[in-house]
Design a protein around this ligand. Sequence first.
Ligand code: FDA
Length: 300
Amino acid sequence: MLKDLFMGLSQNQLLNSAAKKYGLKLGAQNVVAGTNIEETIKSIKELNSHGISCTVDNLGEFVYEKEEATEAKEQILKVIDAIHENHVDAHISLKPTQLGLDIDYTFCLNNLEEIVERASKYDIHVNIDMEDNSHLQPSFDILDDLSRNYDNVGTVIQAYFYRAEEDIQKYKNYRLRIVKGAYKEPKEFAYQEKKEIDENFIKLIEWHLLNGKFTSIATHDHNIIDHVKRFVRANNIPYDKFEFQMLYGFRKELQLQLASEGYNFCTYVPFGSDWYGYFMRRLAERPQNLNLVVKQVFNK
Ligand code: FDA
């Protein structure tokens, strides 16, 4: 029930515009690193000081105007320059719909190419985040097109999709982030039950750890993390072949613990004024995150 409510709210464009106008509210500041690049670099330096690397996401979605997509591209180029100039340990995560995928494929591809080109000059990796099923194939097409000229790109495999196993085999030579999947998908395309999704998630992680280039295991689920720890030990997987990833502001103690245990750890650092959809999806995933809102309202 609550999941559906928040998922519906995440796609409300009116509330999204209002949120952009009024800044970080409702507790979003606990899970968003800042509204500008300066604040974000500060947050990255703090995480780096604990041995944690970062992947930076300039928040934004529902982009249907070329001007807005171009602004997003310019902002991401500035982030890449800032990562380089500040010598911080960070790479880029981006969403194709923010860069014009719903406007025109070639326009979006050109935007991504400019970003990947700039990042490649500084040896910075770019991850193409995966969105809902309607954008899945075009996002893989963009990856295919980009990888003809660049090797600093990778993407995400969402374990709830039936096709994930085929995709992971096709893209095994890429740096891949494996996740459960954050959008509400119909049973025509995706597993619906937590048990089935978790089983497929573990299967994909194990397969890519054994056969793939580099695996980012992105989850807050301690059971999955413990399973991966046992699996890498049993199979002698070198620590430089994988990392754990979590979102900024979630399970901070566990993030620090994994980094201090010697695992590569990367925090997903979202920033910017377009925080609304991101924040609503986090509430949909885990209604207990409402605590963040309640604490804020009562100013505790
Ligand atoms: P899940 O929400 O299934 O929780 C499992 C269990 O873990 C819970 O029952 C609880 O015990 C524990 N737990 C979870 N969160 C907790 C918390 N905050 N505190 C205490 N215990 C907690 N999705 C997508 O579709 N495309 C993408 O590109 C990405 N990218 C991405 C990057 C990163 C770094 C992360 C971490 C996640 C994504 N996702 C994503 C989101 C992903 O698909 C998924 O929706 C969320 O991570 C939620 O699933 P989890 O595996 O984290 O645990």
